[in-house]
Design a protein around this ligand. Structure first.
Ligand SMILES: [Zn+2]
Length: 409
């Protein structure tokens, strides 16, 4: 993008800046997003957490000193801590009242409920813990306040409920493969612009970055392909259409949360929230053993399912025009989560889908092609020019979904 921007006349840049400024100052501040309740959560139980919520993280080093949503952040982003907590295993149950559970994965032990809360330890698989209370995060996820014995001492903190197998619960069921749900109704569109200011806010998320490489095949690294596609998409949307603001969750080769890749995913959704996103598109390339070709959309299951499918389907249709096989939309369930959507079904398995949907942001994850399939790779992924075409195809699908008008010359 920088390369392309460098070519713009000063006057054009100034005009864009003024337009962006005007568009954003016209926005009413009364949206339903909570700008300043990052650290808060709604207790399900009435008990007060035994561990107080600190106002600062253990490490004062912010991973990202600059605002994440430029040029007009609507909320102040919280810096992500780069403190790497020590790994510990709680190998016996604390001598306190409560239901017993065992961690079914490595999980951070935090000072408050929420993935943006300070990490004290990284607890090993099979750590034994006693559940004292339940809390709900701002994304409606259940968190447990637990007691864990670490180095002979009982410590109190918070872990995410889906990482805990309860004492009497059946073993965690194996994750099922994605369920194919076919094509979306692509006539559903114009549904966004949630703040009604006439400007559509598109947040593009180039998957992975920095420490997180994604897939690596034929000498290419997924994180780099994702970034090139996202930048081309942003460039095309902004240069071709009116009334659209496009933000990237990252515009260089970096991670957002350098300590935890799962927490990094939540941070990407937070960027979208900070930007006032109407839609969020997470951009990836797949690597599924090299046996098949094609692009697929991963869509959210809940109330936004139809819109998510419409957005994803329009992008896939445009990728198909480049010759990329259309593998359709899929959704994945989180069978481990201890909570579900109001229809009783399990929540989305992909964090980006789930957290963005919780905040009312229409979203999808696009796996653009199979980068471990030799034909897909050399047909669509091996040059900047081909990646740019993919970005333009994405932009066209997004513009159709939002009903954007082309700029007049
Ligand atoms: Zn990926």
């Amino acid at each position: 993008m920088n390369r392309l921007r460098r070519g713009l006349e000063f006057l054009a840049v100034t005009t864009v800046v003024i337009l962006v400024f005007l568009a954003c100052t016209m926005v009413s501040p009364g949206t339903e997003e909570e700008p300043s309740v990052r650290a808060s959560s709604t207790p399900v139980a009435s008990a007060t957490p035994a561990v107080s919520t600190p106002t600062s993280t253990p490490s004062p080093e912010p991973a990202m000193p600059t605002p994440r949503c430029t040029p007009t952040p609507r909320n102040t982003p919280t810096p992500v801590s780069s403190y790497t907590p020590p790994v510990r295993k709680g190998s016996k149950y604390a001598d306190v009242e409560g239901e017993r559970g065992v961690l079914n994965e490595r999980e951070y032990f935090r000072t408050a409920p929420g993935r943006n809360q300070p990490r004290v330890y990284r607890l090993e698989y099979h750590t034994k813990l006693v559940i004292l209370d339940q809390y709900k995060s701002e994304f409606n996820e259940i968190w447990y306040r637990v007691a864990v014995v670490i180095d002979g001492k009982t410590e109190y903190g918070f872990v995410q409920a889906s990482s805990v197998d309860l004492g009497k619960a059946k073993p965690t069921p194996a994750r099922t493969g994605p369920t194919s749900i076919g094509d979306g109704d692509t006539s559903i569109r114009h549904g966004e612009d949630r703040d009604g200011d006439g400007v559509y806010v598109v947040v593009l998320d180039p998957g992975h970055g920095g420490l997180y490489y994604g897939a690596s095949h034929f000498g290419a690294i997924e994180k780099n392909l994702n970034l090139k596609v996202a930048m081309a998409c942003k460039e095309h949307l902004e240069s071709t259409y009116e009334n659209v603001l496009v933000y990237l969750t990252r515009d260089s080769d970096r991670s957002i949360d350098p300590v935890s890749e799962v927490d990094d995913l939540e941070q990407r959704v937070r960027v979208a929230i900070d930007c006032g996103a109407d839609i969020l598109v997470s951009m990836h390339f797949d690597a599924d053993g090299g046996r098949h070709r094609g692009a697929e959309g991963l869509v959210t299951k809940g109330a936004l399912n139809e819109k998510s499918m419409a957005l994803s389907s329009l992008i896939l249709e445009n990728l198909e025009k480049l010759g990329i096989e259309n593998l359709g939309n899929h959704k994945r369930r989180s069978e481990r989560s201890r909570y579900s959507y109001p229809d009783g079904d399990y929540m989305d398995g992909y964090l980006i889908n789930r957290l963005a949907a919780e905040k009312g942001i229409v979203n999808c994850i696009i796996e653009h092609a199979q980068m471990d399939n030799e034909q897909d790779f050399y047909d669509f992924c091996d040059t900047d020019e081909k990646l740019k075409k993919i970005g333009i195809a994405d932009a066209t699908g997004i513009a159709t979904y939002l009903g954007l008008s082309r700029k007049t010359q």
